[in-house]
Ligand binder design. Sequence first.
Ligand code: FAD
Length: 515
Amino acid sequence: MNDPRIRHVVIVGGGTAGWMTAALLSQALGSQVQIRLVESSEIGIVGVGEATIPQIRHVSKFLGIDEDELLKASRGTIKLAVQFNDWRRIGDTYLHAFSDVGLPLGLAGFQHYWLRDLQERTSDASAGAASRRGNSVPDLWAYSINAQAANLNRFARMDKVGDSPLTGIRYAYHFDAARFGQLLRRHAEQRGVVRTEGKVVDVALREIDGFIESIRLESGETVAGDLFIDCSGFRGLLIEGALKTGYDSWQHWLPCDRAVVIASEHGDTIRPYTQASAQKAGWQWRIPLQHLDSNGHVYCSRHVSDDEATATLLSHLEGPALDEPRQLRFHTGMRKNVWNRNCIAMGLASGFIEPLESTSIHLMQSAVGRLLTMFPDKNFDPSLVAEYNRQTRFEYERTRDFIALHYHATERDDTEFWRQCATMELPEGLAHRIELFRQSGHVFRDGEELFTPMGWLQVMIGQGIQPVRYHPLADGLSQVQLDGFLTDIRTLVERAVATMPEHAEFIARHFKADS
Ligand code: FAD
């Protein structure tokens, strides 16, 4: 009887997606499968992708890589939040911080208590009454330990806030993606992954069912396999080039299609957060690594020329440029099916939402986890494939909606780009979420979607969506009780942050890179 087990996995591509897939699969599957990775150094990698989200820490844990070692090897820093500048209005700033905000009481989320306090203080002030509670309204971020630490450029690993029920710091990394990729490569090769240098020039499909049989390299060598993982980047060499799977464009919701990137010397501080500053037709990131800042201007080519975009980028650097501007093009969207026959696309080959909120590395990590959970045999059961595709699409679409929210919920009308974003027709689910929040202050997690209610809450408030009502349970506290509840949280957060060292000091103590 033919053995149905998958024995040979072929990965095409050695960017972050290729080596992440190779490292995680080899760690999980051991010698049950032989993994071969084919990459062409002549073609090269995209090589940006320095910012991550907290789930990245599961990768190092799963692979058994010490976090300090990882950050030292990749010249990494800590990321507590993303700071959004000029998104709602020019001059406005808010954070999307990774930690919890406040503490829910009973069945009502924290925001309902904060909203009651805000509404009472605001109506006191507008009635001209001197509020007993003082005139300044503590903003939502006064209740977030990550936000307060970020504001003061501080960091410490802290799972809990003292003995209180408040959860502690939740963090991700900024790192040099190429060095991170090398680390993954070493790990994968130590676990038996075989790397082949070479350019894939042809893909042979089985006549009977169109499954991929083998790939042919420029050298003439043929590499056969049972399962092919396409990590070939935007070109999608197997999933699109060979299998013609099709691509759903999301440009009508996520209109940016180019980026220009450059490294620069640091300013005075190494901030423990990414900065994302809106520009006339897009936005610019600043990501602090230990030895430099990574900068990129993401823009919509229908509204701004490449030259103008580059000039904007260069005029917003904090220190002198360290290399030449590099241009990248992309098309937001995803493959109609990321798993087609015996081929699964990962990383940019599967789709690209866009760099805002830095989700790409996470989506590949999550995709490998899903593949391991649903690891097939040579029958490639169609229901398994369909379920994998369904879950992936759900994750991508909910993430897309979260990013689209940033563009849409704006009061900016200074350029045609922002006017179009503000008036665009939204995906149905997103329109519902915004309306629900505006009317009732409610924000719920949709199934296993990536971003938490805490993330949605901060972005909606930060972008100026102000609920008109809050949960009736928040009126269950007397005013004295409400003041006490809110003041206690703010005090606990402030005290905890005061014990933390400066971010730069923490790096020097724990994972300073050699060069
Ligand atoms: P690539 O890096 O393009 O690698 C493709 C691989 O395929 C290469 O090894 C290449 O040699 C190989 N290949 C291609 N064709 C052939 C062939 N014919 N034969 C052999 N080999 C071949 N993600 C984040 O998580 N955070 C961020 O902050 C972030 N910022 C980004 C900013 C921009 C402007 C862009 C465009 C992306 C950003 N991303 C970010 C996404 C991130 O860059 C990618 O997810 C990451 O680089 C993975 O890319 P990849 O491995 O899929 O593809």
